[in-house]
Design a protein. Structure first.
Length: 591
């Protein structure tokens, strides 16, 4: 048989018998889970709805297969047992509705059906010799305590929601996932190893591929959808594509990334419950059946493919890729972009996107941004990212794309180009800082220096810098350091490298993007040392943003002068280049 999926009221499973196989663990819900379930249903029945027939509270999936006259329960035992306990507690009202409970049998517990049906509040010794029965009895006590905290009408109203059918107002439903018996163990393992729940994507796939959706062309159409599904999922596994359409701060953690596309189609938002998207697809399928007696599977699948196709189109177009990638990084609504793309031609859409980017900077005065201000840091990072993006876009015949996947996964940050005036260095990093200086001045890794071969550690320094040799070697050869001496050495070197010329160290003219790891390692290094490291990283094929590389190569400097120093005129030229490149997006200053 084919796997089938639907949504059923609890009413539709009354009178049935469920069988829990021995490979499942026993009942283990505590008072917390029991109360949470009761609270959720209680909140649901108290909500005001204009059309109660279209509103229901849905439990997580029950995974079953039919065997003889019983339903073997693969997943959902804890929920189904708790609902059974609630029905047992409300048995007097249940009789008034002329309804009977469903039964549950545990393969490992002979007499489990009788125990569940006759469980009592005051039987203190009941179940003490059986851990499953103990937890069932404790859950039953919790149910009793919970109802006693409520007014007398709650029992009747809650039971009414549990036993209503589709046409009788509010009701509680379950996602009913009936599977092929041959797949039972595999699905049980999939769900329960690590307690991985069924995802929206898995439930939606079962919804799309169930046989009742198709006519005689079932196998061909099923193969087509399954094949296109796999191609989409494979494309989404490509990080360069995935991180283009997801922000670095996104909380999306999909086991099946195609679920993201389904969420877009049904406009799922953070406030929606976990299985919102599945319910929306299920509702759409049900409406088709009510109107046309069959599901228009082509229409629904085309909607998914068109959404995915739009994302792919953006990804393959360089200008759209870069500008939309920027907007998405700062949590711009993809659905808003999709709607705009449908209502505008290509040129209008591009203008729309650029205007939306411009809106990010409408109140930004770039000249007064200060890295020391927490409120300015995000603005600075946005500007630096856009500077890199626009530089790539304006480069003639550029084939390089900004790698949003690297930018987001490697956690890029803001870096000072020259060392900060207020020198701060953790004492644990003194030797690392000094080793970088030694390697810069001598061209030798201090760890590889071998005095036994007659190498003079201080003699390797160039003549102009021998004055610093003793102080740097003192740091490297000692386990105790004087913070004042280290600070003085840093100040002297800042003057040596002319880094004291730049007074506004926290202004954007002294800032660039650098990956967090490199930034952390070289936070207080002098410009020539950082420059050397940037060049080494680029030579190794490590990604360095184009504007960061240009800055350290002094590409923006109108007068080269001393290539190893970062001076005020270099910072001013870099600032002018940034303002010119981003002139379309930044507010125009009044003359």
């Amino acid at each position: 048989m084919q796997n089938t999926i639907t949504v059923k009221p609890i009413n539709d499973v009354l009178g049935k018998t469920f069988f829990v196989p021995s490979y499942q663990r026993g009942y283990r819900w505590t008072n917390i889970e029991v109360r949470d379930l009761l609270d959720d249903i209680f909140q649901f029945i108290n909500e005001n709805q204009t059309s109660p027939k279209e509103v229901f509270y849905c439990l997580q999936p029950l995974v079953v297969y039919e065997q003889s006259d019983k339903l073997v329960l693969i997943d959902g035992q804890q929920r189904l047992t708790t609902i059974h306990l609630i029905l047992t507690y409300l048995k007097d009202f249940l009789t008034m509705f002329n309804k009977v409970k469903y039964n549950i049998e545990y393969e490992t517990r002979i007499g489990s059906t009788e125990f569940l049906n006759s469980i009592q509040i005051n039987a203190d010794n009941e179940g003490e010799d059986n851990v499953d029965y103990y937890h069932m009895r404790e859950a039953f006590k919790t149910i009793d305590e919970w109802f006693k905290e409520k007014d007398g009408t709650v029992q009747f109203r809650l039971l009414q929601a549990l036993v209503n059918d589709d046409d009788s107002g509010k009701n509680v439903k379950v996602i009913w996932y009936e599977i092929n018996p041959d797949e039972a163990i595999d699905i049980f393992t999939r769900i329960n190893i690590g307690k991985i729940p069924l995802t929206n994507a898995e439930l939606i796939k079962a919804l799309f591929l169930q046989k009742s959706n198709f006519s005689n062309s079932f196998e061909l159409k099923q193969i087509q959808i399954a094949s296109e599904w796999d191609l989409m999922e494979k494309r989404l596994q490509d990080d360069s594509f995935w991180y283009f359409i997801n922000s670095s701060t996104s909380e999306n953690n999909y086991e099946n990334r195609i679920e993201f596309v389904f969420d877009l189609v049904k406009d799922k938002r953070s406030e929606h419950e976990d299985l919102y998207t599945f319910h929306k697809f299920d509702d759409a399928f049900e409406k088709d059946k009510q109107n046309d007696k069959t599901v228009n599977i082509d229409k629904h699948w085309l909607e998914v493919k068109q959404c995915f196709g739009t994302l792919e189109q953006w990804f393959t177009n360089s200008e759209l890729y870069h500008h939309i990638g920027f907007l998405i990084e700062y949590k711009y609504s993809i659905n808003k972009l999709i709607i705009a793309s449908k209502t505008k031609d290509k040129n209008e859409f591009i203008i729309f996107i650029k205007e939306e980017i411009k809106d990010h900077f409408k109140d930004v005065d770039v000249s007064n941004l200060d890295f020391g201000s927490n409120s300015d840091k995000l603005k600075i990072k946005k500007i630096l990212l856009l500077f890199n993006i626009e530089t790539l876009l304006t480069t003639q015949k550029a084939i390089v794309r900004f790698p949003f996947d690297r930018y987001k996964k490697e956690k890029w940050d803001i870096e000072h180009v020259n060392a900060q005036a207020d020198f701060e260095l953790d004492k644990r990093n003194y030797k690392k800082w000094a080793a970088d200086l030694y390697e810069y001045f001598t061209g030798i890794d201090f760890k590889e220096l071998n005095p036994d071969d007659g190498e003079d550690a201080s003699g390797l320094f160039p003549e102009d810098f021998k004055i610093y040799a003793g102080r740097i070697l003192g740091l490297l050869n000692s386990d105790t350091h004087n913070e004042h001496e280290v600070s003085n050495l840093a100040d002297d070197l800042r003057r040596e490298f002319k880094e004291d010329e730049i007074e506004e160290n926290n202004g954007i003219s002294n800032l660039a993007l650098l990956d967090e790891r490199t930034n952390r390692s070289y936070k207080n290094a002098m410009f020539p040392i950082k420059r050397k490291r940037i060049i080494e990283n680029d030579r190794k094929g490590l990604f360095v943003p184009i504007c960061t590389k240009n800055m350290f190569l002094k590409y923006y400097s109108k007068q080269l002068g001393e290539i190893m120093y970062w001076q005020k005129r270099d910072a001013d030229d870099y600032y002018d280049a940034l303002i010119t490149t981003l002139s379309y997006y930044l507010p125009k200053k009044d003359n």
